[in-house]
Design a binder for this molecule. Structure first.
Ligand code: NAD
Length: 275
């Protein structure tokens, strides 16, 4: 074991949703590389994943881009076969992508949109975890799985988040079940629960929507005691910690990285009335 508990040298990290779009997967892929890991960047945006690979290589790590739609079992199987062939090991899996095809009230939600949301945001996480766990068991050296959840998996957001929040609630429980199942084999499974992050996805999908826009930004800030929305980079420290030897006895944890959002009661306030 290295003296540096956070050192990931010699580890292979598979990061899904890792295209170079300035989102969470992108920040995490580069973060893992900075801490020494080789990185597999998997995404439906193949060109974007290739850019991430170039950035990882510029940091001196090995890297490979793979097209993979995590909701498709055949794509996920192919991803891990390619990882086997190129790296021969999987030490870390980071599940990042989500889908929320339309924001409508639950009574208007189509079954198709429900299935689409869950197939990426929940089933896809399971498919990737299953492939990674099979390899980690065979390697016999343990491993670490990190799911990107959300505060939406713990408390309700309304505003058409229904299937997304249900998926994230499932991700939370998947994290705990897998943690318990595989703790004995040294496979740790944890989740990070972020509050609103200024990713391209959020900017395009939510803040640009005239129904939400700037009013929503102000509303969101009321719920975040640090009084700013998060940046993708804010997740890197927690992710490295959870996937490194620093967290050797940490498993089944749902770690809010939310600027205090879940600590704040809906009737509470992080500013005084006079301010
Ligand atoms: N942005 C936020 O405010 C926020 C808040 C809490 C949690 N999260 C969570 O953080 C994670 C990342 O969010 P983001 O805003 O960075 O997303 P994003 O939309 O910016 O990026 C997601 C990436 O996943 C890829 N992707 C989409 N569907 C895919 C699929 N089926 N298979 C493989 N790749 C796919 C996209 O091409 C993109 O590269 C998600 O799990 C999201 O739920 C985000």
């Amino acid at each position: 074991m290295s003296n540096d508990l956070f050192d990931l040298t010699g580890k292979v990290a598979v990061v899904t949703g890792a295209s170079a779009n300035g989102g969470v997967g992108h920040a995490l892929a580069l973060g893992f590389a900075r801490y020494g890991a080789d990185v597999v960047a998997a995404d439906i945006d193949e060109e974007g994943a290739r850019v991430t690979v170039e950035e990882v290589r510029a940091l001196g790590r090995k890297s490979m881009a793979v097209y993979c739609d995590i909701s498709k079992p055949e794509d996920v199987a192919k991803l891990f076969t390619e990882v086997d062939e190129r790296f021969g090991q999987v030490d870390i899996l980071v599940n990042v992508p989500y889908a929320l095809p339309s924001r409508v009230r639950p009574h208007e939600l189509t079954l198709e949109a429900w299935h689409k949301t869950l197939s990426v945001s929940l089933v896809g996480y399971f498919l990737c975890a299953q492939q990674a766990i099979r390899r980690m068991l065979k390697q016999g050296t343990g491993g670490s799985i990190l799911n990107i959840g959300s505060i939406a998996g713990v408390s309700a957001l309304g505003r058409g988040n229904f299937p997304y929040s249900v998926a994230k609630g499932g991700v939370n429980q998947m994290t705990k079940e897998l943690a318990v199942e595989y703790a004995g084999q040294g496979i740790r499974v944890n989740a990070i629960l972020p509050a609103q992050i200024l990713t391209p996805g959020l900017k395009k999908e939510l803040l640009a929507d005239p129904r939400f826009g700037d009013r929503l930004r102000q509303r969101v800030l009321v719920g975040i005691p640090i009084n700013r929305m998060l940046e993708p980079e804010d997740l890197v420290g927690a992710a490295i910690f959870l996937c490194s030897d620093a967290a050797v006895a940490v498993t089944g944890v749902l770690l809010p990285v939310d600027g205090g959002n879940l600590a704040l009661n809906a009737g509470g306030s992080h500013t005084w009335p006079t301010e």
